[in-house]
Design a binder for this molecule. Structure first.
Ligand code: NAD
Length: 256
């Protein structure tokens, strides 16, 4: 029970990697807030986990929604110790087809979302004076650019940079900030990734997913269960001296 008595908020916690982190934290003794735009999916997961879980409606693009969710989480469980900024959206298009709306959505969710969530939660952590933990979800896409993926790669690179700057600022209050950079992980997000690569690279559906899985040194795509250990480690005192890092969880795709 590495997280006994802790309270965690996981954005985008209703499915995929976020759901695995929610389940892992609950199994380690934490109370967990599933904060997601897909409230129905969050409610279903919360009811499976019982009174240790609370599902809240949250759109990380909207600061009022953030304020309401953080207030409700604190009112329900009394404190917030851990924030996982996991909510994210993928998009891709050649340079000529990028629109202002695509640009805004990528940066509002993947970058602004984690800045303003952390702003709201860190304020409360500071007020309590007992520190805390923030984990941001980057991507291997943030380590290297990719043709036709300008916005997502840039947004996830920004997450690595923001993690470093936030960490240096917040560690003074005992708040540890780190990030995880997943590789290619078999989640609902990959349905969209595969469909977009099929469109822009002229591949049959399913082909991109097959190819990226084969190319991973480990020999397969990542599974959501591969995030249990890393996410618990970064949230727990086992990583007490780990600050401002981005941990690659990608089966060996990237080394840094
Ligand atoms: N799957 C991968 O291969 C992969 C690789 C690298 C990084 N990542 C990152 O990991 C994180 C989780 O990815 P996943 O594959 O589980 O994705 P997913 O699409 O399966 O799940 C994302 C969750 O975020 C929620 N969400 C989306 N927009 C939101 C918003 N505005 N406010 C609140 N919640 C919102 C969705 O409803 C969903 O529950 C994302 O940040 C993603 O960019 C995923």
């Amino acid at each position: 029970m590495k997280l006994e008595g802790k309270v965690a908020i996981v954005t985008g916690g209703a499915r995929g990697i976020g759901e695995a982190i929610v389940r892992a934290y609950a199994a380690e003794g934490a109370n967990v807030v599933i904060a997601d735009v897909e409230k129905e999916a969050g409610l279903a997961l919360a009811s499976a986990l019982g009174e240790k879980a609370l599902a809240l409606s949250l759109d990380v693009r909207d600061r009022e929604s953030i304020g309401r969710a953080v207030d409700a989480a604190e009112a329900h469980f009394g404190r917030i110790d851990i924030l996982v900024n996991n909510a994210g959206v993928f998009d891709m298009a050649p340079l000529d087809e990028i629109t202002v709306e695509m640009y805004r959505r990528q940066f509002d969710v993947n970058v602004g979302g984690l800045i303003f969530m952390t702003q709201a939660v860190a304020e409360r952590m500071r007020a309590r004076g007992q520190g805390g933990v923030v984990i941001n979800m980057s991507s291997q896409a943030g380590r290297r650019g990719e043709a036709n993926v300008i916005l997502y790669c840039a947004a996830k690179a920004a997450v690595i940079s923001i993690t470093q700057s936030m960490a240096l600022e917040l560690i003074r209050d005992g708040i540890r900030v780190n990030a995880i950079a997943p590789g290619v992980i078999d989640t609902p997000m990959w349905d969209r990734v595969d469909a977009l690569f099929a469109k822009y690279e002229g591949l049959p559906p399913g082909e991109k997913k097959k190819r990226v899985g084969k190319a991973v040194p480990f020999g397969r795509m990542g599974l959501t269960s591969d995030f249990v250990g890393p996410a618990v480690f970064l949230a727990s005192d086992d990583s007490a001296y780990v600050v401002a890092q981005t941990l690659n969880v990608d089966g060996g795709n990237w080394m840094s």
